[in-house]
Design a protein around this ligand. Structure first.
Ligand code: PLP
Ligand code: COI
Length: 338
């Protein structure tokens, strides 16, 4: 394979196989292997009309020893089950989810990037309503599938500070809506504001709480965190996705001797932070250099403009150290595939 692993972006590419499982007559069938990138579904499928779909995102990492590692994929299984419940999809049992992840990674082992390239294998589980309905109601048939592709950083800067833009004229999720679930509708709702942010030269949009526009919600496809007074601070909000990366960073931070606060973060507090960042599977940790609130004619800058702050750097090194197997996993987060 002639892949330029070090310069991979975050994009679709073809790998050898994907796995699929159909839910029919009230039960899940056998896991199937396919080498086609296409699926065939009824044009009345509920995923197409009413957004009855959920997806996940996780990665496989190759260590120095050449072995392939999965990070906390039981948490992705649980989150997909919550998403399924939330929009009336058939739940994928945790064992089926985990077996499917293991299978698809093993089948595409040659696409797991070499150690030291900064790249990883992105794993995209997808659960869709395939049964046709024209009224707004859940399908009776579902398809669960997983495909994979090698990727580099989501934000092209990698572990370099980016600028983000506060969005005030669009909400990604309603206060009692589906923001806490990983379902397609949230991402459709985010597209205009993310596109506007890109047009204006920002890496992504920073969302505020939809009810009061007073608190920070999240940063495009990633959670938000801030560092101040030896404390890791991250929003507590019903309308953001409970990020597995963020959850892990909270534990790592605590073990590094930081205090951890999960609480509403008023926009007015931004100026008092020493460091800020975005975190997620795709984004890993992306340090934030500047937050611009154009409507309020305000901007806040962090650090020296070129490098991540010291605490963000320590968190990043600890996290990727565990994921790539360079740092001992004292948490039980890693599964080595053999
Ligand atoms: N927030 C949103 C909206 C996301 O799409 C993601 C990505 O999954 C995250 C946060 C980060 O979550 P995780 O760390 O589980 O990947
Ligand atoms: C991830 O971080 O895995 C995500 O799913 C983000 C995605 C919307 C690109």
């Amino acid at each position: 394979m002639n892949t330029d692993w070090k310069n991979l972006g975050f994009g679709i590419s073809k790998t050898d196989y994907n796995v699929r499982c159909y839910y029919r007559d009230g039960k899940w069938g056998e896991l199937e292997i396919s080498s086609s990138q296409e699926i065939s579904i009824h044009m009345g499928a509920t995923c197409l009309h009413y957004g009855q779909e959920s997806f996940e995102g996780l990665k496989a990492y190759r260590g120095k020893d050449g072995r392939v590692r999965l990070f906390r994929y039981d948490e992705n299984a649980k989150r997909m089950a919550r998403s399924a419940k939330g929009i009336m999809l058939a739940e994928v049992p945790q064992t089926l989810f985990q077996q499917a992840v293991e299978k698809v990674v093993q089948l595409n082992e040659r696409f797991v990037p070499p150690y030291g390239t900064g790249a990883s294998l992105y794993i995209r589980p997808l659960l869709i309503g395939t049964g046709p309905e024209v009224g707004v109601k859940p399908a009776k048939e579902f398809l669960f599938m997983i495909f994979v592709m090698p990727v580099g950083p989501y934000f092209k800067e990698g572990f370099k500070p980016v600028d983000v833009m506060i969005t005030r004229d669009h909400d990604r999720a309603a206060p009692q809506g589906t923001g806490h679930l990983k379902v397609g509708g949230n991402y459709a709702a985010s597209m205009t504001s993310v596109a506007e942010a890109h047009e204006k030269g920002f890496a992504t949009a920073l969302y505020l709480d939809a009810r009061e526009k007073k608190y920070i919600d999240e940063a495009g496809p990633a959670n938000f965190f801030a560092i101040k007074d030896n404390t890791y601070i991250t929003p507590d909000s019903h309308s953001i996705l409970p990020s597995i990366t963020n959850m892990s960073l909270q534990e790592i931070a605590q073990n590094m001797g930081l205090k951890v606060e999960k609480r509403p973060i008023p926009v007015d507090e931004l100026e008092s932070f020493e460091e800020t960042g975005a975190c997620g599977t795709a984004a890993v940790i992306t340090p934030i250099r500047k937050i611009v609130d154009a409507d309020q004619q305000k901007e806040v800058a962090y650090g020296d403009g070129k490098n991540a702050g010291p605490v963000t750097t320590k968190l990043y090194e600890a996290l990727i150290g565990i994921q790539y197997g360079d740092v001992e996993d004292t948490y039980g987060w890693i599964t080595i595939l053999d």
